[in-house]
Design a protein around this ligand. Structure first.
Ligand code: PA5
Length: 414
């Protein structure tokens, strides 16, 4: 994994680095010495030590005994798992058996669709909620619980696993009463930092991902990311660069991918940075785009609109699948596609777009991943988690709370 800043040099100079360095130093030290705001929520820094035996055993049981796995969760209790499963290209498990994510909307249609598909199938239910009391989750849970009781009678509790906190909330109470299998989301890890806990690792293992390799990948960058030398620590460098750009009125960061399977990874990143930084009337607005699709819409704004954005592009270097364009039959377009492949043309578009956007006044940083492997996933997850915490400390906010998300809940009358 690399962070290439060569397209940023026209936007950032050595004075910018010198100016921000004291704040970066304080932020970095606060995180390393674990004494900054929210320091009781740093369990994710030690996730690599997790014991995976029980996760692997239960995942194996579920894979062997289910045709459909329904996962209920929202926010951090959903996006990490979905992002990782898509990143690894594991949409199905055991060939054509499916995983469905519910509980992330109050639109009843997805729920009804999955219920219809589940009638004659072996179903397993996974409920993920740290608090164990989130409205959207509990609503879906009640409906699916009735469905599971109807289907499996007194054995319904053998067909579900609940992932929640250790002691409180409706779900923990349910586990205790009905003796369901359960996992714990540690109290000192917030939802959006929980991707390297059972909250995402169990779904990933059910989908067939190698969670040991993911944890190894994250562990492999710990030493590098502890180094306060931003030239040799891309995690610190990314946090510093985004804050320099923010001070230059680049108020929006667009995470860009040219690979469809990264869509939910972009959404996971968006939640991580939005909830960690957007407070006290501060913060870079995190959004995402999928190119080429969005080059034909948002590309216009980025090229010629208000200069308020910067881009961070994620590209993946070694791709296993490709399609070569055979233009032998209709050679009219020979100068267009020239018998090239989709991945080749995609990489040419990426290169051309970065140069155009940079010339148009939008700074572009480039994150390069080696491949779509578990190891690379572990690295990039830890990279963003740690850089997000450092970046929020540089900004002067607590990265680990999200008081703003409670406001809308107070207005709900049911
Ligand atoms: O990052 C967070 O803490 C939130 O996004 C939560 O993950 C989300 O609100 C879901 O909460 P819970 O897991 O308690 O149901």
């Amino acid at each position: 994994m690399l962070f290439d800043d060569k397209f940023l040099c026209n936007f950032i100079n050595s004075e910018d680095y010198n100016f921000i360095m004291p704040a970066a130093h304080d932020a970095f030290n606060m995180l390393e010495s674990r004494n900054g705001p929210g320091c009781d929520m740093l369990g994710w820094l030690d996730c690599f030590n997790l014991h995976t035996k029980k996760i692997l055993e239960i995942a194996e049981y579920i894979r062997a005994n289910s045709q459909i796995v329904i996962i209920i969760g929202i926010g951090g209790s959903f996006l990490g798992a979905k992002a990782a499963i898509d990143f690894l290209g594991l949409d199905n498990f055991n060939n054509n058996n499916k995983i469905y994510f519910l509980g992330n909307t109050m639109d009843p249609e997805p729920l009804l669709n999955v219920l219809n598909k589940s009638q004659d199938k072996d179903v397993f239910l996974l409920v993920i909620s740290k608090s164990g009391s989130t409205l959207e989750i509990m609503s879906a849970f009640q409906v699916l619980l009735n469905f599971m009781i109807g289907k499996y009678k007194q054995n319904f509790n053998k067909k579900m696993v609940i992932i929640t906190n250790k002691t409180r909330g409706f779900l923990r109470e349910f586990v205790n009463i009905y003796n369901c299998e359960s996992f714990e989301i540690p109290e000192n890890i917030g939802g959006r930092y929980s991707i390297l806990t059972p909250a995402a690792l169990l779904p990933i293992a059910i989908a067939g991902g190698n969670i040991t390799k993911i944890l190894d990948g994250a562990a492999s960058v710990i030493t590098e990311f502890k180094n306060f030398d931003f030239k040799n620590n891309i995690c610190l460098k990314y946090a510093i660069i985004r804050n320099i750009l923010y001070k230059k009125n680049k108020l929006i960061e667009i995470l860009v991918s040219y690979n469809q399977r990264l869509l939910y990874f972009l959404l996971w990143w968006q939640q991580l940075f939005a909830e960690s930084e957007g407070k006290n009337n501060k913060g870079i607005f995190p959004t995402y785009l999928l190119f080429s699709r969005d080059l034909h819409s948002m590309g216009q704004f980025i090229q010629e609109g208000s200069k308020i954005c910067f881009e961070t592009v994620i590209c993946v270097e070694n791709l296993k699948t490709d399609v070569k364009i055979d233009d032998s039959f209709y050679q009219k377009y020979i100068n267009f596609t020239k018998n090239k492949s989709f991945n080749y043309i995609n990489s040419q578009i990426l290169d051309a777009t970065i140069r155009a956007h940079t010339q148009g006044g939008t700074p572009c940083g480039l994150i390069k991943l080696k491949d779509f492997s578990e190891k690379e996933l572990g690295k990039v997850v830890f990279f963003f988690e740690k850089s997000c915490a450092i970046s929020a400390y540089i900004l002067g906010v607590n990265p680990f709370n999200q008081p703003g998300v409670e406001e809308y809940k107070k207005n709900i009358h049911i």
